[in-house]
Design a protein around this ligand. Structure first.
Ligand code: MRU
Length: 353
């Protein structure tokens, strides 16, 4: 894997992605020529991570446009609106999904006077731009985040906010990549991240590929590592950030942030501005996805709890803004009071529905 690695992209008229459910044991690339299969790939987490599912949804709309047969532009627009609604129903928490679908819908409507074939090509180009802009944003974000990292730091991260969670490069791992590339001798503690093990399977895979020194730990070891003085910084990604700076990210992030606060370890959130939802005032208003009980009962059908065990499986949690030391975006580093710094950075950003 290099820094130009693409997780999901437009390829020969299809949507191509690496199947993240197969990693790290197999590197399987899959191609889709029906947007319904793209929606299913998001739902089943063959592609996952906030920016990545936004990019995928945009490419799914492009796919649907490219396969549309009538020459009636208004019918195309109506059809793509339904496609967007279907893609939006795949996962509820990460706002990048809705951000990308809204951007595609706005683009399609504002170009409705184009000749239909030109419009279809323009839609594909727009989705492609969402893909490439994501990588550009992450590299910029990584550069800002690098300023927060010191030579010799041990950095703890949770879940996977790497190239695999984006179109490429990564957010939290973008910061780590930038620090490593700038010559800082860092070490990364990777939380395995139950129940779906995005840390163990995906973050470890990315770091090993780039020879960035790392140690995998189970989630319940993080507090101990902090208490032992082994962690100097925490950097995580986000699925949605409210206007007041509350952060929704993978389940377990709140626990890590709380432990970091107790041990006076800076807790940084790295996310593009497309992850900020200024229409949502506080974190508790953000919908938290509840996933299938099987994910907690065991892994891939190997169960270690009885089938009739009562299960809760919230996929995300809310870290209140007072536990967040800074939010690293592609436009710079945001600090408290977040209401103000977020409002300023979002001034030119489209408000989300
Ligand atoms: O359920 P997932 O794997 O989609 O959750 C992913 C996360 O929580 C990531 O930390 C978040 O999307 C940030 S990705 C840059």
């Amino acid at each position: 894997m290099d820094t130009e690695f693409k997780t999901v992209y437009w390829h020969n008229g299809k949507v191509k992605m690496i199947d993240q459910t197969k990693l790290p044991l197999e590197e399987v690339w899959i191609e889709f020529d029906d947007y319904r299969d793209v929606a299913e790939a998001i739902r089943t987490m063959q592609v996952r991570g906030a920016p990545a599912i936004g990019v995928t949804a945009a490419l799914g709309i492009a796919l649907a446009a490219s396969r549309f047969e009538s020459s009636d532009t208004e019918k195309l627009i109506g059809y793509l609106t339904e496609v967007g609604d279907e893609l939006a129903a795949t996962r509820p928490t990460a706002v990048n999904l809705f951000w990308a679908i809204n951007r595609m819908n706005d683009f399609i409507r504002s170009n409705r006077n184009m000749d239909i074939e030109n419009l279809k090509n323009a839609i594909i180009k727009e989705a492609d731009s969402i893909q490439s802009e994501d990588v550009t944003r992450n590299k910029a974000l990584g550069g800002f985040g690098n300023e927060l990292i010191d030579d010799g730091d041990c950095i703890l991260t949770h879940c996977n906010a790497g190239a695999l969670a984006c179109a490429g490069y990564g957010t939290a791992l973008g910061v780590i990549r930038s620090a490593w590339k700038s010559g800082k001798k860092i070490h990364v503690f990777v939380d395995e991240t139950r129940p779906l093990l995005q840390g163990a399977r995906l973050t470890a895979w990315e770091l090993i590929h780039e020879d960035i020194p790392m140690t995998l730990i189970t989630d319940n070891m993080a507090g101990h590592m902090m208490q032992m003085g082994k962690v100097q910084k925490v950097v995580v990604g986000a699925d949605r950030i409210a206007a007041n700076g509350d952060v929704v990210n993978k389940i377990g992030t709140y626990t890590v942030a709380t432990m970091a606060s107790i041990h006076k370890i800076p807790f940084y959130v790295a996310a593009p501005t497309s992850t900020i939802d200024i229409a949502i005032d506080t974190g508790e208003m953000i919908p938290i996805e509840e996933r299938a009980a099987e994910e907690v009962l065991g892994y891939k059908g190997n169960n270690w709890a009885r089938d009739d065990t009562s299960i809760a499986n919230p996929a995300f949690d809310v870290t209140p803004n007072h536990l967040v030391s800074a939010i690293v975006t592609e436009k710079g580093i945001l600090r408290e009071p977040y209401n103000e710094s977020i409002r300023d950075v979002c001034r030119e950003k489209t408000t989300l529905a």
